[in-house]
Ligand binder design. Structure first.
Ligand code: 5GP
Length: 204
């Protein structure tokens, strides 16, 4: 029987909504989902490890990756490059495993063009005030960067219209449960299963 391809799941949403936190919480759970590690030109934050949180690159190295078509998508975000290495994504899906990309919205829209079958999940902040306090609360950014991030965030929230699912990040464990339910439901979609059951079901 032909092996089912893994799902490409894109978790996106405005800056500071907690995509990283939700993704890390999902990672702690016993799921079969694999995680894509992005490349970036921003400097590592305290505790971040090269190859685990990101592949940390110089601008030159990153631009070479773009030239050599090694990225599924990339975006320039608040002065730095961020991008998804394509090989790992392809291999994982071809092995029948699901993979999740935690990326900002410009990149997510580019993935949609290349993988229309992907599952696009928008993580929604409970409110703008909450979003600002989360960005400030992280304590790693200057006032200037915080304001830039809030401006970008408001534009990003408008992108919600382009997603398949909207998950409110009111509480991390609830957001994680919602995402797991979406993944389960997506595996049960008729379009994804028609190939598997083609000997039993007449396809017209
Ligand atoms: P941070 O600097 O806080 O780690 O990430 C900044 C933003 O970049 C976040 O919204 C994060 O989701 C996004 N990001 C991380 N990796 C990628 C990637 O590979 N591609 C794109 N387009 N965005 C990414």
């Amino acid at each position: 029987m032909k092996k089912e391809k893994g799902l490409l799941i894109v978790l996106s949403g405005p800056a500071g909504v907690g995509k990283g936190t939700v993704c890390n919480a999902l990672r702690q759970e016993e799921t079969e989902i694999q995680y894509s590690v992005s490349a970036t030109t921003r400097s590592p934050r305290a505790g971040e490890v090269d190859g685990v949180n990101y592949f940390f690159k110089s601008r030159e190295e990153f631009e070479k990756m773009i030239e050599q078509d090694e990225l599924l998508e990339w975006a320039e975000y608040v002065g730095n490059y961020y991008g998804t290495p394509i090989d790992y994504v392809r291999e994982t899906m071809n092995n029948g495993q699901d993979i999740i990309l935690e990326i900002e919205v410009q990149g997510a829209l580019k993935v949609r063009d290349k993988f229309p079958d992907g599952v696009f999940i928008f993580l929604m902040p409970p409110s703008l005030a909450e979003l600002r306090s989360r960005i400030v609360g992280r304590g790693t950014e200057t006032e200037d960067v915080i304001n830039q991030r809030m401006t970008v965030a408001k534009e990003e929230i408008d992108m919600m219209k382009k997603y398949d699912y909207v998950v409110e990040n009111d509480e991390v464990h609830l957001a994680v449960e919602r995402i797991k339910s979406i993944v389960t439901a997506e595996h049960c979609r008729r379009e994804r299963l028609i190939e598997k059951y083609k000997e039993l079901v007449e396809v017209d």
